[in-house]
Ligand binder design. Structure first.
Ligand SMILES: O=P(O)(O)O[C@H]1O[C@H](CO)[C@@H](O)[C@H]1O
Ligand SMILES: O=c1cc[nH]c(=O)[nH]1
Length: 236
């Protein structure tokens, strides 16, 4: 049974999914952190790699960029492939001055300008939040690891190139740590489909200081701290 965007049988996908935005990051995670990883689906350049991580079956599969793309894959995974948990392993721009490039942000909430927060219940803006168990598992692992890890809200934007950069100082005052493009959609999709989700991001650039921004290659490869936190969250 294939879906419009995933070309394998339900048993080919593990109940726990590692989901970066970038398909090359998904392949790299599969090749470097999984045992016996095999490519089980490859539609539109979005490969799904299934293997084991420390003996636990997992699938690494990218979301592509933005809430609409992520929502397609996450919905098909939760509703057609028996997926229980998805953890985003992404990159984001830093907003808070407490956050530095290469640090990791675990999103305990996601503000958004996407319709995903308001479309389902007229008159209600949904609170988009991760699975508590996944959040706790990831935070415990990350804090024990001693790296620079921040836990707090992120802003999920529909725009990488935004004409409303004037809202960034207000987001900062509200305690928003960084900006990315999928976490709110993932949290909404999990809630809508009885699944669980978490988003963990490596800071690839800083909106307040562009001097140390990561290269495209670094954004593909520098994910170790975020990945280990994500794996702990998936297994929690
Ligand atoms: O590196 P990924 O996981 O794709 O995440 C970030 O990078 C992309 C923009 O360059 C958006 O998808 C944003 O959320
Ligand atoms: O969405 C994103 C991702 C990385 N950096 C940004 O500034 N925005």
């Amino acid at each position: 049974m294939a879906t419009p965007h995933i070309s394998c049988e339900p048993g080919d996908i593990a109940p726990l999914v590692i989901m970066p935005g970038d398909p090359k990051r998904a392949e790299r995670i599969a090749r470097t952190r999984m045992d016996d990883a095999r490519l089980v689906s490859d539609v539109r350049g979005i490969g799904a790699w299934t293997g084991t991580v420390d003996g636990v079956p997992m699938t690494a599969m990218a979301s592509g960029m933005g809430v609409p793309s992520l929502s397609i894959y996450a919905t098909e995974l939760f509703t057609q492939y028996g997926v229980r948990r998805i953890c985003r392993v992404g990159t984001c721009g830093g907003i808070s001055s407490t956050v530095k490039v290469s640090d990791v942000i675990i999103a305990s909430a996601a503000h958004t300008n996407s319709a995903v927060a308001t479309i389902d219940l007229p008159g209600v803006t949904l609170s988009l939040a991760p699975s508590f168990d996944m959040l706790r598992g990831a935070v415990d692992q990350a804090r024990a690891g001693g790296s620079s890890v921040h836990i707090g809200p992120v802003f999920t934007s529909d725009f990488f190139y935004s004409s409303r950069m004037d809202i960034v100082p207000a987001l900062d005052r509200l305690g928003t740590l960084g900006v990315e493009m999928e976490a709110a959609g993932l949290y909404a999709c999990a809630a809508a489909n009885g699944g669980e989700a978490l988003a963990v991001m490596t800071v690839s650039d800083h909106l307040g200081d562009g001097s140390g921004d990561l290269s495209a290659e670094d954004r593909e490869t520098l994910f170790q701290t975020a990945l280990e936190a994500a794996i702990a969250g998936l297994k929690a």
